[in-house]
Design a protein around this ligand. Structure first.
Ligand code: ZN
Length: 319
């Protein structure tokens, strides 16, 4: 007999945390990462990627990797027509500036990166100092100027920095030059891909050596001219409370934010809904949740009742 849809469990995930030369301590001290050390850069909260495959924390799939559940129980994810779990949600803590990078689109990645997905991503700023900024876009007017500015190292002319504050949302399409600057904590929602081309690393040495750059691939894939700075950053800090507000929608994901104060309920109507708790604590369908928890509401879950004082960022894909 087919199990009743309402009996489908919430998949709570134990994330994979990564050590990075630019990482810090906040993922451990504030976001519940179990990893030790003062160089924790990324917490892959929702991920079935081979480089960081989350583990189900409890329930009938306890101890299973998310990729295993995806493969063996496609009905929990709406029997989607994808050959792999399609999205990732990460929290990133940058103690120092990250290198300036760009991602390819699906077509370029399929041809040049062994059939990998390209990478479209977005950022939701969780925490940063006053006068914080990010690199989004560039100032070259065409590909020829872009190539010469990169080859001549005219970085301060080329790179565009935009001011950001907590509650800002930034969509990073493939071809967008981008970098997280030191002092920023953000939640990244992205296609499940790890393909990154490093354009520039501030001429830094790490363990005595510069990191590899991917200059020609970067010049190939960077969009010229870049999207305007004004179109790159939107504030989503003051949305209606106690509802799932849509932040962004593209062919790869829909992103939502819910600020809960007291009690609310919404219907999980997507193939699955991936949820990260980014602030506060409370309950979902009576189960305790807190900042740093990551979970998936499966297909057909139905009504999800949430109580407490908390902020959720959620994402889904289309059927
Ligand atoms: Zn990126």
């Amino acid at each position: 007999m087919e199990e009743k849809r309402s009996e489908r469990e919430i998949l709570f995930l134990d994330p994979v945390c990564t050590h990075n030369i630019w990482g810090g301590t906040k993922l451990r001290t504030e976001y519940g990462c179990a990893a030790k050390g003062d160089d924790i850069g990324e917490c892959w909260g929702i991920s079935a990627h081979p480089n960081g495959d989350g583990t189900v924390r409890e329930g009938k799939f306890a101890g299973r990797k998310l990729s295993w559940v995806w493969e063996h129980h496609p009905e929990l994810f709406g029997n989607l027509d994808y050959d792999r779990f399609p999205i990732m949600m990460k929290i990133i803590d940058a103690r120092e500036d990250l290198s300036i990078q760009v991602h390819p689109d699906d077509a370029y990645a399929a041809e040049h990166e062994n059939g990998s997905y390209g990478k479209t991503e977005s950022w939701y700023i969780l925490d940063c100092g006053t006068d914080a900024s990010l690199v989004v876009g560039h100032n070259a007017k065409d590909r020829e100027e872009l190539a010469s500015m990169i080859r001549e190292g005219k970085w301060s002319e080329l790179i565009r920095e935009v001011p950001v504050k907590p509650g800002d949302f930034i969509q990073i399409d493939p071809g967008t030059v981008h970098a997280i600057k030191g002092g920023i904590v953000l939640l990244e929602t992205q296609q499940s891909s790890d393909i990154t081309y490093r354009v520039y690393d501030y001429d830094r040495l790490w363990n005595g050596k510069p990191r590899q750059l991917h200059v020609q691939k970067s010049i190939d894939v960077i969009t010229v001219p870049a999207k305007s700075a004004a179109d790159s950053v939107t504030s989503v800090s003051d949305l209606p409370k106690n509802r799932l507000n849509q932040l962004y929608s593209c062919r790869y994901y829909d992103i939502f934010k819910a600020d809960v104060e007291g009690e609310t309920e919404f219907v999980q109507k997507w193939p699955f809904l991936a949820v990260s708790v980014v602030e506060g604590d409370g309950t979902i369908c009576g189960r305790p949740i807190k900042k740093g928890d990551h979970l998936i509401l499966p297909d057909g879950f139905g009504a999800a009742k949430i109580e407490g004082t908390l902020t959720l960022i959620a994402s889904a894909v289309c059927r």
